[in-house]
Ligand binder design. Structure first.
Ligand code: NAD
Length: 257
């Protein structure tokens, strides 16, 4: 599979799944644009390292995915966008009646609305070339719910719906749009949930991982960022040209239950 000559923009790609996807797209030959909301030397260094390791052009562009104008500016600044991976996401866990409004707003903005803005900005570029791939990183929580994750579950269900609509509006134009629905992946986002869960259930780290987190995941194994990267590369391949408007679960069987 060669993605030589394609430019891929991956939102929220300085850590976790986004970084894993950026690395696998670069391994497949794509030029990559990394993104987050910071502008640190290490952000640019990360892009340089990927570029050197895989012999592709790799850049870092700062853009805050909670801000509409910055979402659209990311695509404009990149100048090309053959592959768009909407990955940036945050989490907050709380009962609905105690859920802070600012957290709700931030989750909906970063996890859902940003994908609307980047997609709107990227589709004209893809249509010009008659080729494009939009890959939205949803979640098992885009297909099913858990208590205390109202904003996240609502946003991820929204991402699945947006993916279907994008697919219908681009069908027959050489462009596809799909949502990948990961189960638990041991990234900083998930690490951050472990201490609170340990306190809540009075459990140790390993017990929380086994009995609370992976309890939903029949394989009892985390999915890896490399697996999500390879799934993204597959969706960019010619073999996947007729796969559009659907979800691919990478969740160890979670949503089969
Ligand atoms: P992570 O915290 O490791 O990475 C999130 C990335 O998004 C980081 O690079 C961060 O800098 C960036 N980001 C956060 N806020 C941003 C903003 N305002 N603007 C731009 N970038 C921003 O998280 P992760 O686990 O790799 O999650 C990535 C995506 O995968 C998220 O959409 C998440 O919901 C989804 N997901 C994760 C899991 C999991 O188990 N880790 C499971 C299902 C879905």
């Amino acid at each position: 599979m060669s993605l030589n000559g394609k430019t891929a923009i991956i939102t929220g790609s300085t850590s976790g799944i986004g970084l894993g996807i950026a690395r696998e797209l670069a391994r497949a030959g794509a030029d990559v644009v990394l993104n987050s909301f910071t502008d640190k030397d290490e952000d640019h260094a990360l892009a340089r390292e990927i570029g050197e390791e895989f012999g592709v052009s790799a850049r870092y562009i700062k853009a805050d995915m909670s801000k509409a104008a910055e979402c659209r500016a990311l695509i404009e600044q990149a100048g090309a966008c053959d592959i768009l991976v909407n990955n940036a996401g945050i989490q907050h866990v709380s009962p609905i009646d105690e859920f802070p409004t600012e957290k709700w707003d931030a989750i909906i903005a970063i996890n859902l609305t940003s994908a609307f803005h980047t997609t709107a900005a990227a589709l004209p570029l893809m249509r010009n070339k008659g080729w494009g791939r939009v890959v939205n990183i949803a979640s098992a929580h885009g297909l099913t719910a858990s208590p205390y994750k109202s904003a996240y579950v609502a946003a991820k269900h929204g991402v699945v719906g947006l993916s279907k609509t994008t697919a219908l509006e681009t069908a027959g134009q050489g462009i596809t749009c799909n949502a990948i629905c990961p189960g638990y992946v041991l990234t900083p986002l998930v690490e951050a949930q472990i201490p609170d869960t340990m306190k809540k259930y009075d459990m140790g780290r390993e017990e929380v991982i086994e009995k609370v987190m992976l309890e939903r995941q029949p394989s009892r194994e985390f999915a890896t960022v490399e697996q999500l990267g390879s799934t993204t590369v597959f969706l960019c391949s010619d073999a996947a040209a007729q796969i559009t408007g659907t979800t691919i679960s990478v969740d160890g069987g979670w949503t089969a239950m």
